[in-house]
Write a protein that binds this ligand. Structure first.
Ligand SMILES: [Zn+2]
Length: 281
C-alpha cells in the first residue's frame, strides 16, 4: 500500500478538487523527501493547479508555468487535501503545499523509514525522468497479453510486483490477483501456459477494478490515512478461501506476508513458512 487502486482514486479525487487552486507557499520538511533543487521549491508559490495524473504508483500534479510535482508515496506515504494546516512539529510531513483559507495539500509518511519522495520538474523533463521512463505497462485497465510480458525464470509473486515489468501492483493486491487466477505465487513466469496467462490477465483487471469500485463509493477528500481494505486473501491466513473455502495459508517474510489457498494455488501443498524454518535452523 498504496498501490494502483489507492493512487488512482487519489488522482481522481485530487483532479476534481485541485484545478484552479493556487499555492500560497510550499515546504518540504522531510530531510530526504525532496529529490530536486532546480526549479526550487519556492518556484511553486503563486502557481495554479491545472491537473493531476497517475502512472503506476506515481502521481504528478500539473501547475501553470509548465511545472509539475512528481511524487511516490512508497509503502507508507499518504497524500491528503486537508481543511487545516499541519502543526510544525508533525514529524510525518514530507511536503506541504499551502492553499488559501488555511487548506493544505499534504504528503505524509508513517513508520520509521523515510522513503517517500517528491520532485519539482519542468513539464518537459517529466517524460525523461527515470522513475517514469523505466515503468512497464499499466496493470489496469487494459494490460497487454501476459504470456510474453512475464516470460522470465522468476516467480509470479516477484514478477508481478516488478514495476519495470508491469506497473501498479504491490504486496497486497498480488495475493488477491493470484488467488482469483488460481496460480501459485512461486510458479515461474516462463512456465505459464497461454490459458494461465489469460486467466491472470483477467484476474488482474477484475480485482484491481473491484477494489477501485469500492474506493469510488467509500473514499473522498480529504483522502483517508487508512484506506478501506477490501481484501479477501492477503493477510487473511486462517480464514476460508473466497473461491473454495479451504483455509488460507501464509508465508511470512521479514516485513510482509504472502497469503494463498493450497487447494486453488499450490496443488494442495502447504509452503514452507520461512519465519518458522529460520527459527528451526
Ligand atoms: Zn481456494
Amino acid at each position: 500500500m498504496p498501490e494502483l487502486p489507492e493512487m488512482e482514486i487519489a488522482a481522481r479525487r485530487l483532479a476534481a478538487a485541485l484545478p484552479g487552486e493556487t499555492i500560497e507557499s510550499a515546504l518540504a520538511p522531510g530531510i530526504n523527501a525532496l529529490k530536486t533543487f532546480d526549479p526550487p521549491l519556492h518556484a511553486l508559490e503563486g502557481r495554479t493547479f491545472t491537473g493531476v495524473q497517475r502512472r503506476g504508483k506515481l502521481l504528478w500534479l500539473e501547475l501553470d508555468g509548465d511545472l509539475v510535482v512528481l511524487l511516490h508515496l512508497m509503502s507508507a506515504g499518504r497524500i491528503q487535501l486537508q481543511p487545516t494546516r499541519a502543526g510544525l512539529r508533525d514529524k510525518t510531513s514530507r511536503l506541504l503545499l499551502r492553499l488559501p483559507e488555511d487548506r493544505e495539500l499534504r504528503v505524509r509518511e508513517f513508520g520509521t523509514k523515510q522513503r517517500a519522495w517528491v520532485k519539482v520538474l519542468r513539464a518537459d523533463e517529466l517524460g525523461g525522468d527515470e522513475s517514469l521512463a523505466s515503468l512497464g505497462p499499466e496493470a489496469w485497465p487494459d494490460p497487454p497479453p501476459l504470456r510474453a510480458l512475464l516470460d522470465a525464470p522468476r516467480p509470479l509473486h516477484s514478477l508481478l510486483r516488478d514495476q519495470q515489468v508491469i506497473t501498479g501492483i504491490g504486496r497486497t493486491w498480488v495475493d488477491e490477483i493470484l488467488n482469483v487466477a488460481r496460480l501459485s505465487p512461486f510458479k515461474r513466469g516462463d512456465d505459464l501456459s497461454d490459458d494461465e496467462a489469460e486467466a491472470l490477465r483477467a484476474a488482474m483487471v477484475s480485482e484491481l477494478g473491484r477494489v477501485l469500485d469500492v474506493y469510488e463509493e467509500r473514499v473522498d477528500i480529504p483522502l483517508p490515512e487508512k484506506f478501506p481494505k477490501p481484501t479477501r486473501v492477503h493477510a487473511h491466513q486462517g480464514d476460508p478461501c473466497p473461491q473454495c473455502g479451504t483455509i488460507l495459508e501464509a508465508v511470512f517474510y521479514e516485513d510482509y506476508v504472502m497469503t494463498y489457498c493450497p487447494t486453488d494455488q499450490t496443488d494442495g501443498k502447504v509452503l514452507k513458512d520461512r519465519r518458522l524454518s529460520r527459527l528451526l535452523k
